[in-house]
Write a protein that binds this ligand. Structure first.
Ligand SMILES: [Zn+2]
Ligand SMILES: [Zn+2]
Length: 416
């Protein structure tokens, strides 16, 4: 069996330190072992906060990975690839989804010539089908593998499945050349529709879309707390979807070299470029008063309709409570590292605030929404505004994690 380079993390062992970092090793190329699997070749991989958490051996990830079945897993879960192989059911699934989405593209002669009036099952049986997909389509995948049989899945909320396995965390992911994924999780995208470096981070974009689509943003006033990559994407989506006013907050951190000027030049400038109306650096004196004043001015002393919490910071929860209107919605995606205290009587019940925890991406309505948003302009908007800030070959992963840790990166791409 041929080998491929792979970035791996060992399973943490009880009562032993869990070494920070990852290792670049040679791994055998995986093969399709079940009928419902698809093997992909990774073209571009994207890094996210979870990968940084694994790299830094954070406690929350130690907890997640301590019961992994394998001694070590290939990390990474955001990718754009091409189809390499598939089992029988996998082929049928690919044929069906190709058919569903593209049979109506009447002007696409490449697609129409290949279909040639055949049914999707005939297409699946065509010995050239996978080569055709490889040449003309990209593929990506939801990397949460859900059980489909638990009560949560069966009632239409698989994104919160109680038996979720995350590829790249619990089992092999995509910081490598080839990977095997469940066919049902895949999404085919015609080359030319969405650039591959954006397809590579659809998983992360999906978190932001899922957060934004949990609220009616049409005409709404919105505060986005924390504009790292998730917050920037959520703010851009809110504006794109018709929010009337978006205010964003973040923290400068001069002790770590992230000065107010840097925050202004990077994140705040990017936020303004995608339509954010006001930005407030919460590290400056009297910033909460300034934030409240801006919101109250805009909203005629009512408060914002929605707060999207993307930072996980306890202070941001306090900010949220000082600017949200009665009956508003507080959507939470940022992960606090510690328990947070709130006065539920005063802050939630009496004002009638709705709190929503957001996990993963709606399966698969978020993916359908993303595909359309990206195809109709959001991919270009993000690329034009530098959302893909760095690209490294896989072997230079250390530099990739370094730029991530410095706080100036937005999305970092690794090429295997
Ligand atoms: Zn991710
Ligand atoms: Zn389930």
């Amino acid at each position: 069996m041929p080998d491929m380079p792979a970035l791996v993390k060992p399973r943490p062992k009880k009562n032993e330190p869990w070494e920070p970092g990852l290792r670049l090793v040679e791994r055998p190329v995986p093969e399709v072992e079940r009928e419902d699997q698809v093997k992909v070749q990774v073209v571009k991989a994207a890094m996210c906060g979870t990968d940084v958490g694994i790299y830094q051996s954070r406690d929350s990830l130690r907890q997640e990975m301590k019961d992994n079945r394998e001694e070590e897993v290939i990390t990474g879960h955001e990718f754009c690839g091409v189809v390499e192989d598939a089992g029988t059911l996998g082929r049928e699934h690919l044929a069906r989804s190709f058919y569903e989405r593209y049979v109506s593209h009447e002007n696409d002669t490449v697609v129409q010539d290949f279909i040639g009036g055949r049914s999707y099952l005939e297409v699946a049986d065509d010995p050239n089908f996978l080569d055709f997909l490889r040449e003309y389509f990209y593929i990506t995948s939801e990397m949460h593998k859900v059980c489909g049989v638990c009560h949560v899945c069966r009632t239409g909320q698989s994104h919160a499945c109680q038996n979720t396995i995350i590829k790249g965390v619990h089992e092999d992911g995509i910081f490598t050349k080839y990977a095997v994924v469940p066919a049902n999780n895949t999404l085919l995208i015609r080359k030319g529709e969405i650039p591959p470096e954006v397809i590579a981070y659809m998983d992360a974009f999906g978190n932001a879309v899922h957060t934004a689509q949990s609220i009616n943003l049409m005409g709404a006033s919105v505060a986005v707390l924390g504009i790292g990559v998730q917050g920037l994407m959520a703010a851009a989506i809110a504006k794109w979807c018709g929010a009337s006013f978006v205010i964003a907050t973040d923290f400068s951190n001069p002790d770590h070299g992230y000065t107010h000027e840097k925050l202004e030049q990077h994140r705040f400038q990017t936020a303004r470029n995608v339509g954010v109306d006001e930005c407030v650096d919460m590290a400056l004196p009297d910033s909460r008063a300034r934030l409240t004043e801006l919101v109250m001015q805009y909203s005629n002393n009512t408060g914002v309709d929605a707060v999207l919490e993307m930072s996980g910071s306890a202070d941001a929860y306090k900010d949220a409570m000082s600017i949200i209107r009665n009956g508003g919605t507080f959507a939470l995606l940022g992960l606090p590292s510690k328990p947070i205290t709130m006065d539920f009587s005063e802050q939630v019940i009496f004002p009638g605030v709705t709190i929503k925890g957001i996990i993963g991406r709606g399966m698969f309505h978020t993916w359908e929404t993303m595909y359309r948003l990206l195809k109709t302009g959001m991919a270009d908007l993000m690329l034009e505004n530098g959302f893909v800030s760095h690209t490294f070959p896989l072997a230079e992963y250390k530099s990739a994690f370094e730029v991530h840790e410095q706080g100036e990166a937005i999305k970092v791409i690794l090429e295997p």
